[in-house]
Design a protein around this ligand. Sequence first.
Ligand code: GLU
Ligand code: ZN
Length: 276
Amino acid sequence: MIVTRFAPSPNGPLHWGHAYSAIAAHDLARDARGKFLLRIEDIDGPRSRPEMADEFRRDLEWLGLEWDEVPPQSTRGAQYQLGAQRLGEMGLLYACTCTRAEIASAAKAVGPEGPVYPGTCRHRGVSPDGPAALRMDIAKALAITGPLTWHDALTGEQQADPLALGDPVLVRKDLPASYHLAATLDDAADGVTLVTRGRDLFAATHIHRLLQALLELPVPRWHHHPLLLDPEGRKLAKRRGSKALSDHRKAGQDGRDWAQKVRMGEWPCGNRLESA
Ligand code: GLU
Ligand code: ZN
């Protein structure tokens, strides 16, 4: 059975890019008589706003979607700690106290997610006094797992290439997990068999696949869909004035009708889908 999900972070309103993602996931599940899950990714406590999650539920209802909701990330800290502990026992984590500015000036490469961490703290071998993030030594992890592959519905079989992103933070200095560790553990705990999300997270999947191998988690398939772009060709973002779904909803527009249009490839607000 297909179990897929929509996993928004409640730090800003949903826009049409989110609607497209949610509709895609919902329909993939519905067409296969599977399950469509909603997971609120509120691990980032201080930046998360609970009232925002309620707005999300109303937006999805307005679009005519049906879902099962799984527990939000804020309730899963203990699982994240167990996951991190296990990776730590495998000798794969190290403390890092570098600031963004330090990483940017020392980086030798820029990857899909910005400056690639140059490994500054990898061999320091001392635990810092103050708060530190924990990063995973990717080369060491790959030496344990060997080469890995994963499957994307649109682009086919992929060779996992987590080295290109540098050693990622798995435990943030202020939180029990980073996005990578939390989302990977959540998808496994929620029985997700098809991870549906935007192509902007394609590179992150290399890391997730590696974590699955290390933590002996089931391996789902992925469906990374193209992103919606605004009339100027930029990724949608509230801060650039992209309309929130709730604006349309509160203006009394028909969300089911909009959802139907999105399914037909008719994009609201002059947006368009990025080309393949
Ligand atoms: N919470 C992430 C976001 O809102 C999505 C994570 C995912 O789908 O894996 O961008
Ligand atoms: Zn560092």
